[in-house]
Design a protein around this ligand. Structure first.
Ligand code: NAD
Length: 497
């Protein structure tokens, strides 16, 4: 059995607990990962404390060169990274390349760290007084990441944190931990000092150790909302800076004037791609008006029947299996719930098996109509290849649905009406909006983050927000007296009046 080890400096003690890593396409256990504890974290922190000061003192251009080299190495290893990722996660290879690529784009942004780290300067803010600011690293940062983007999300975090001068400890998902380890190996190959980026595997025990450790200044978390909220509260209580991104239930609003062929094409990819295991998937479609709903449904049904489900290495498959047998049962359980709640199961993906791969964790594409806001299956995240139709009476209804939902990660509107789109984008209570763009994940030089129960804490991932998260701002006010002496009243708060 393949063993997946921590990536730390020095020997790691033999694990007392292990977690099985599946191959979701075959339903077999393909590896085991040892789960670490507080003692292992202590070892990683001791190393990080040794290497971080020198890294922070390395000029930003040299730090950027490591990022450049890392980018080259990832590009050179793209195929093998994608295959490894796909074999543990279950997403198809091209989609796995997208996972790596979207993380790589944050590394590209981090290559510009000398430019973005430049501070602000005001000459002559007062008589003989200058004010300037500089962004300094926090020290040691940690990232706790979900299974669904095992390359992209770690790179969102450590790319920014390390370029800014921090050491980083990553605790990836125990369900697909191999790619994060491979990334850390490539980072050392790129010239990073050993111990700057370490990977510790584990579950709640390791997460709690991270949240409680006083040497870790900031924690970035991405995962489900209840755990995000828990991580946020516990980390903040321990005096850390915490950003914690949670679950999602993104709506796609379809206005009567939308190009329905385009909508169906976009929806098929956004609802079923990666078996729906994306926090920016579009699992809810909201046609505005009964006529739009009927026309859309008529086009959606054949498109969904045309989807090809396959093993993750099948180049013709639109999507592969879900990640674990428990997750397959959970997704199918939500379809049962929707049925019991009175929704119409138009296309039923329960009990789907792939010929020759009967033990794989496949769920067929599912379309559910006449879903209403009162249903639990609407309120909760399903995170599978399931598309729900919620019919809206009018535009106001369509703005209200995603705005009132507990999650507020992403939303999209499909329309040809610029005014409606503009109104929607400005009024909807959701963090990321797409206008005729089904998956509006902002590019790496903007920032990513949802609202409400999709994001706890107030600073987003990557881009300038990410830079803010991983640095602290020092403000310097300086005066160089000319020798004449300033005899103003030192007992009154200085003003620039
Ligand atoms: P998860 O919450 O189960 O796990 C996330 C991380 O938390 C993992 O590293 C896991 O080991 C750890 N963890 C699990 N249980 C824990 C516990 N009881 N205490 C402390 N830590 C614990 O999430 P997942 O299933 O891996 O990922 C899917 C979820 O992540 C979905 O809800 C999805 O919407 C969300 N997600 C959100 C975003 C976003 O940016 N908002 C992005 C990707 C995924």
């Amino acid at each position: 059995m393949r063993q997946i080890d921590h990536f730390i400096v020095g020997d790691s003690p033999a694990p007392t607990r292990k977690h099985q890593v599946w191959n979701p396409s075959t339903g077999e256990v393909q590896a085991e990962v040892g789960l670490g504890d507080a003692a292992l974290l202590e070892q990683a922190i001791a190393t990080a404390q040794k290497v971080q000061p020198e890294w922070a003192a390395t000029n930003p251009q040299k730090r950027a060169r490591v990022m450049f080299k890392f980018k080259e190495l990832i590009e050179a290893n793209m195929q093998s990274l994608a295959e490894l990722l796909s074999s543990e996660h279950g997403k198809v290879i091209d989609d796995a390349k997208g996972d790596v690529q979207r993380g790589l784009e944050v590394i590209e942004y981090a290559c510009g760290i000398p430019q973005v780290l430049k501070g602000e300067y005001t000459q002559g803010a007062g008589p003989g007084i200058d004010v300037y600011s500089m962004r300094q690293p926090l020290g040691i940062g940690a990232g706790i990441t979900p299974f669904n983007f095992p390359a992209m999300i770690p790179m969102w975090m450590f790319g920014m944190a390390i370029a800014a001068g921090n050491a980083f400890i990553l605790k990836p998902s125990e369900r697909d931990p191999s790619v994060p380890v491979r990334l850390a190996e490539l980072f050392v190959e790129a010239g990073a000092p050993e111990g700057l980026l370490q990977v510790v595997h584990g579950d709640k025990e390791m997460v709690d150790a991270i949240l409680d450790h006083p040497a870790i200044s900031a924690v970035s978390f991405v995962g489900s909302s209840d755990i995000a909220h828990y991580v946020y509260k516990r980390g903040v209580a321990a005096g850390k800076r915490v950003q914690a991104m949670g679950g999602a239930k993104n709506h796609g609003i379809v206005m009567p004037d939308a190009d329905l062929d385009q909508v169906v094409n976009d929806l098929a990819g956004a609802a079923f791609g990666s078996a729906g295991e994306r926090c920016m998937a579009l699992p809810v479609v909201v046609p505005v008006g009964e006529d739009t709903a009927e026309r859309l449904k008529e086009k959606l049904i054949p498109a969904i029947h045309g989807l090809k489900i396959g093993v993750s290495s099948d180049p013709d498959a639109h999507y592969g299996p879900v990640v674990t047998p428990e997750h397959k049962a959970r997704v199918e359980g939500w379809i049962d719930t929707a049925e019991k709640e009175g929704a119409e199961i138009v296309i039923d993906g329960r009990g789907f098996t792939l010929q020759g791969h009967e033990d794989g964790f496949f769920v067929g594409p599912t379309l559910i109509d006449h879903v209403t806001p009162k249903m639990d299956s609407y309120q909760e995240e399903i995170f599978g290849p399931v598309l729900q139709i919620v019919r809206a009476n009018d535009f106001e209804d369509a703005v209200r649905l995603p705005s009132d939902h507990q999650y507020g990660n992403g939303v999209a509107i499909f329309t040809r009406n610029g005014h409606a789109a503009r109104e929607f984008a400005s009024r909807v209570n959701v963090g990321m909006v797409g206008i005729n763009v089904p998956i509006p994940v902002p590019v790496s030089y903007h920032s990513f983050g949802g609202w409400k129960r999709s994001g706890f804490g107030d600073i987003d991932q990557y881009g300038t927000e990410g830079l803010k998260f991983w640095t602290k701002l020092k403000k310097v006010t300086q005066r160089w007296p000319d020798g004449g002496g300033d005899r103003s009243n030192a007992f009154v708060i200085p003003t620039m009046g």
